[in-house]
Design a binder for this molecule. Sequence first.
Ligand code: GUN
Length: 364
Amino acid sequence: MASMIFCDCSSSTTARLLPLSCHKLRHSCTPLHFSPYLTFSISSSKTSFPFLSIKSHASSTLISAKMATENTAKVIDGKSVAKQIREEIAVEIARMKEAIGVVPGLAVILVGDRKDSATYVRNKKKACDAVGINSFEVHLPETSTELEVLNSITKFNEDASVHGILVQLPLPSHMDEEKILNSVGIEKDVDGFHPLNIGRLAMRGREPLFVPCTPKGCIELLHRSGVQIKGKKAVVIGRSNIVGMPAALLLQREDATVTIVHSRTNNPENVIKEADIIISAVGQANMVKGSWIKPGAVIIDVGINPVEDPESPRGYRLVGDVCYEEVVKVASAVTPVPGGVGPMTIAMLLSNTLSSAKRMHNFS
Ligand code: GUN
C-alpha cells in the first residue's frame, strides 16, 4: 500500500496501538492485521444532497434514518435491508417449489481450517436453511490436492439438484485459484468469479449470468436507499477481484464516472474528496478520514477489520475502512460496520442461487 495514508482516526499521525483514540471505543482505530479479503448506518446533514432522496414508500422501513445527533449522516441499515431481501427470496422459493417442485441447491467447497472461512461457510448454510435452499458442503483438508477440489467441482457441476457452486476463498497457497474457479460451470457460478461472467460484466451490451455478491450488495443498498448513481462521481477504494474491480464495473454500468484508488495512487485523499459516492474495500481499519470526504457524499464501507479492544469479551471488535465518527459528520449517508454490507453479501448469494434455479428450470 505504497502511497496510502494509514493514520489514526482522530489524528493526522500514523496509526498507533491506541484503541481509545477515537471518540468512542466502538470506533477506535487499531488494526490487528491487514485483510486482503473483504466484506456497515444513513443519517442527515445540514448540507443539501440532490442525489440522495430517501423514498417514503413501503420499503422506507428498510432505512433506519436515525438522527444520531444533529448534522450527522443517515445510517444505511444493511441488516434490515438484507432481512427484507431474504424474506422476498423465501417467498419466491416457496412459490417455485409449489409450482414446479424444484428447490434451489447451493454447494459450498471449503478447503483447509481457516476459522474466518469456516464461519463464513457456516453462516451461508444457516442462511440457506432459513430461506429454504438446500445446501451441500464439502470440507477438504488443507493438504488436499488441486485434483480433489476439481473432482468435487465436477461432481457438483453434474448434479442437477445443485444450482450454485461456491469455492470459499482464499484457497491454500499450493492451489491454483484461477484453474479452480475456471472449472465451476458458468451457469452455476453464483459467486460470479468465472472469467466469462467477469468479462461480460466489463463489456457493454453483454450480460453476466451472475454478479459477484458483495459488489452487487453495495449497489442494491444504494438503490434501496434511493441514492442516484447515474452521472455521479464514484470512487472505489481497492482493486481486488472479489470486491473493488467488480464494484467499479457495476458503478460504471449504472452510468457513474468511476475512479479506482489503489495502493499506488498518489494523494488518494485528493481523489476521494471529489467523490459523490465512495465504496471502500481495502481492508484497512479506519483508513478513510472525515477530511477526505466531500460534504454530502454517500459512503459504502465494505471493510471488516478487527481492532484490539480489551473491553470486548473477545479482545477485539470489528470496524470498517472508514473512520465512522469522522465521516458521519460530513457524509449524507454511510453504512455501519458491522451491520452494513456484510449481511448483504449473503443475501445476494441466496438471490443468485434462486436466479440460477429459476433460469435452469425456465421459471419466472
Ligand atoms: N472469501 C471472501 N469473500 C468471498 C466471497 O464473496 N466468495 C468466496 N467464494 N469466497 C470469499
